[in-house]
Design a protein around this ligand. Structure first.
Ligand SMILES: [Mn+2]
Length: 442
């Protein structure tokens, strides 16, 4: 089967023919995305020429097992997936693995990684769940605190080689490395990628041993729940850790399906299974969190600054601290609830004062089913000088990151800061409005 025949365009997984994946697995152009409460880092564009073997029967010991599903339910079967994951875990029995979460992990990533950790424990594999950025959403902090979710922050700077020497494998859950700055140092340390379990569109080929990427599935928590249900770990309601993990998974799949409103049959089935084990009161406690004052202020700025045209609401919110970057998607979530608005885009300059790094970070939320956030963002902002897109998206959500580059860095001169913001604000607005009002000229 020719590889070329299965190359999708612009990361549109639906254009792939699942049956043509037999034989070889081809990775494709990445589409970047914006998770419910966290965003991505950009990664390379362009089609990888690397191919890897896919084994469709019993997995070959030591060989690659790649599983890819583009069409719900048809390929490959659940039995094959389950057998492949079991065989992979078996091959790594007794090892220590580092599970990489996206820099700003969301409930789907956190809960999915926890479920993987508990599954791996059955094989005497010890996993550390790590992320490099921050738990920037109050709800995520509550989830981690209230369930005792075993994750820790580790920056790429303090990820020393001697720490990495403890790991024999790396696992990516709910991401494919493009939203995770820890992947690079981990790869440089020569740690092989054992497994990728994700539901985002295909990104670059990472040459992992086990790959289960299902862009048509709404939540990674759903995928992990299916593995639990298939017997990789027998949940037991008398074990507190199981109950808490089931609660986290319920939260993860609810949050990636907009409280089940965008859930599909498989998500409801997964939620049905979890309902036997989860703690409804605990979930309620996780959801009962409040917005911080700073998030409220960013929302206020987005309301004041918004420009509404053709049912699009566009708002620049100025400078934000790194820890508050999650206020941007929250503001977009809020703006999209306005009457006659179907799409909201909120952006600001996020400043990491330690690193003197500044980035324009933006989020898009849409309720318009015919608007593809991925296409919209790629068209609005195009690519950088290296040919990488500034952003992308998935169903109903998208995001972008634009480096401030040479203009980076704090300046005592407030007039300078103000001018800098205005330049970015105007440029972004102009690019967005060009798409919003295609007939006008800007
Ligand atoms: Mn997810």
């Amino acid at each position: 089967m020719s590889l070329n025949s299965i190359k999708p365009h612009n990361g549109q997984a639906s254009s792939m023919d699942a049956t043509s994946i037999r034989g070889l697995l081809e990775m494709t152009q990445p589409t970047d995305l914006d998770d419910e409460h966290s965003e991505f880092r950009l990664d390379s564009e362009g089609v990888s020429t690397q191919a890897m073997p896919i084994t469709l029967g019993a997995p070959v010991v030591g060989g690659g097992v790649a599983i890819l599903e583009h069409h719900r339910g048809d390929f490959p079967s659940e039995d094959i997936r389950v057998a492949a994951l079991k065989a992979t875990l078996e091959r790594h029995r007794g090892e220590r693995q580092i599970v990489l979460l996206q820099d700003f992990p969301d409930p789907d990533a956190l809960s999915g990684a926890w479920a993987y950790q508990l599954i791996a424990k059955q094989y005497n594999i010890n996993c550390d769940l790590v992320y490099a950025g921050a738990l920037s959403h109050q709800e995520n902090i509550a989830l981690v605190k209230l369930t005792g979710l075993p994750t820790k922050k580790i920056t790429s700077a303090n990820l020393k080689e001697k720490d990495l020497a403890n790991y024999q494998g790396c696992v990516l859950i709910d991401n494919q490395g493009t939203t995770c700055q820890l992947l690079e140092p981990v790869r440089q340390a020569g740690i092989p990628i054992v497994a990728i379990i994700d539901h985002h569109s295909l990104q670059e080929d990472l040459n992992a041993e086990f790959v289960d990427i299902r862009p048509s599935t709404r939540a990674t928590a759903t995928i992990l729940t299916q593995y639990l249900q298939a017997g990789l770990l027998k949940l037991d309601s008398s074990i507190s850790e199981h109950v808490k993990c089931a609660t986290a998974l319920m939260h993860g799949l609810r949050s990636d399906t907009n409280r089940l409103m965008q859930a599909q049959e498989e998500d409801f089935l997964a939620a049905g299974y979890l309902s036997r084990f989860y703690d409804a009161q605990l979930l309620n406690a996780v959801l009962q969190v409040y917005r911080s004052k700073r998030v409220m202020e960013v929302i206020q700025r987005s309301l004041t600054n918004r420009v509404v045209q053709n049912n699009f609401s566009i708002a620049g919110v100025g400078y934000l601290r790194y820890e508050d970057r999650d206020a941007i998607p929250q503001a977009a979530d809020f703006l999209v609830t306005e009457e006659n608005v179907h799409t909201a885009v909120v952006y600001g300059i996020v400043r990491d004062e330690d690193d003197e790094v500044e980035l324009v970070i933006g989020s898009l939320r849409t309720s318009k089913l015919t608007l593809d956030p991925d296409e919209f963002i790629k068209e609005a902002f195009g690519k950088n000088s290296e040919g990488r897109f500034f952003g992308g998206g998935r169903f109903t959500a998208g995001g972008f990151e634009i480096p401030v580059g040479f203009l980076c860095g704090f300046n005592d001169n407030t007039e300078f800061s103000k001018l800098k913001w205005e330049v970015f604000d105007n440029q972004i607005k102009q690019k967005l409005l060009k798409l919003v009002n295609p007939t006008d000229s800007y």
